[in-house]
Design a protein. Structure first.
Length: 412
């Protein structure tokens, strides 16, 4: 019970972000939660260390280095200015962010696009004199929604693809989820346009072309970006031809970071300035969630309930709701053994993929990519989105998203 009380306090502090004159950042709240779990003996120090997933930590570390180099070299700003230079309205700008970032997240994984994309949208907000909150929300909704339609779009989809016995995961995901995903990307534009209609009525300053500031680092960054893209394509190929090879995302991100670490004279300054706060957040989150799960109350609830947890509608509702509490990746990891033993269909697996992923549009804590975006925005420019600002847009959008995916997966 103590662990659940601490978990509840963590959620409340993340929601309000301020007690008296003290303002908390998300990573600070989660770190305090982890310390409280340890101090009240809800988890031992050894179990806390074991709870921290090294694959996730190393994946983020490698990607943060690549993202930092892309940003510091000016390559990211240069290519973004060329991509968005033809947009002449906020409608076009937001739609471009949603579609480009959404489709790319299905290929490069949503957390990767969250890391790289934050710098892009902050730059666009500054150069176009646009409300940064609109663009940060567009990015968050794009990378979450777009990742639904691919087995490598996010970690939970990868778990489903590799452990669900799906023969051709890429074609299966596209068949069931591509069309509703594209519809939901346009739905995100509609929700943002409605909530921020005053911003959409204003004119848009043209995006100026920005030159590369550090050509040498930009060349190395392009090599790293090429390694990242190439290895992702190789991983996709391995799913078809060599599915038994353990080709982890961690290896991909670290390999992509190697050219920067080896060849850039700025290697130490880049490592020093990566987003360590987000890494602390994730380490603390693993400890807090493991402590809450070890309490046994979640398991007792599942054991005592008379609800058929393998039915498609229950899978869908459970994945959307519980993803807010224990995060989507742990939820899928815990749910998959129950579902595979029950011999469920591919359509039900797609329900789990859609529900656990689209849950990220409801609250900040629904997806790791949301946390990455907000942490990066706060670190880079002091810009942020509060829990309620995100929820204000996320609630109506998630209702639309859940309805659209349910209709397609039930009747189409």
């Amino acid at each position: 019970m103590v662990s659940l009380v601490i978990l509840l306090i963590v959620f409340i502090l993340i929601a309000v972000r301020q007690v008296g004159r003290v303002r908390f950042q998300i990573w600070q709240v989660m770190l305090l939660g982890a310390i409280a779990m340890l101090a009240t003996l809800q988890i031992t120090p050894l179990d806390a260390l074991k709870a921290i997933d090294p694959d996730v930590m190393l994946f983020l570390f490698g990607i943060f280095i690549v993202g930092r180099a892309l940003e510091d070299s000016g390559y990211l700003a240069s290519i973004s200015s060329r991509l968005f230079s033809r947009t002449r309205s906020l409608d076009a700008l937001v739609l471009t962010i949603l579609l480009v970032m959404g489709i790319l997240s299905a290929i490069m994984m949503n957390d990767t696009l969250a890391i790289i994309g934050t710098s892009v949208v902050l730059l666009l907000a500054k150069t176009t004199q646009t409300n940064y909150k609109v663009l940060l929300l567009a990015l968050a909704f794009a990378v979450t929604t777009g990742s639904v339609m691919s087995p490598v779009g996010n970690p939970q989809n990868l778990l489903i693809a590799t452990h669900g016995g799906i023969e051709n995961p890429f074609l299966t995901f596209l068949r069931y989820l591509a069309l509703p995903t594209i519809i939901n990307l346009f739905a995100a534009w509609g929700v943002l346009r409605l909530l921020y209609r005053q911003d959409f009525r204003r004119g848009l300053t043209a995006v100026p072309l920005i030159p590369i500031s550090d050509p040498k680092l930009a060349r190395i960054s392009k090599v790293s970006l090429g390694v990242l893209s190439g290895l992702i394509m190789l991983k996709i190929l391995f799913v078809f031809v060599l599915p038994d090879i353990d080709f982890r995302l961690t290896y991909i991100s670290l390999a992509a970071a190697l050219p920067i670490i080896i060849f850039s004279p700025k290697r130490f300054s880049l490592i020093k300035t990566i987003d360590w706060h987000t890494l602390i957040f994730f380490a603390a989150m693993f400890i807090v969630m493991e402590s809450a799960w070890n309490s046994g109350l979640f398991q007792s609830f599942l054991a005592e309930t008379t609800i058929d947890i393998t039915s498609s509608n229950v899978i869908y509702a459970t994945s959307v709701l519980l993803s807010q509490l224990i995060s989507n990746v742990p939820l899928v990891a815990l749910y998959m053994p129950l579902l595979t033993e029950a011999g469920i269909t591919v359509r039900e697996l797609m329900m789990l993929a859609a529900g656990s992923t689209i849950a990220g549009n409801l609250t900040i804590l629904g997806a790791a990519s949301n946390v990455i975006i907000i942490q990066n925005a706060e670190k880079q420019s002091g810009c942020t989105l509060t829990f309620l600002e995100f929820f204000r847009a996320g609630l109506p959008l998630t209702i639309i998203n859940v309805t659209i995916y349910w209709l397609f997966l039930t009747y189409v």
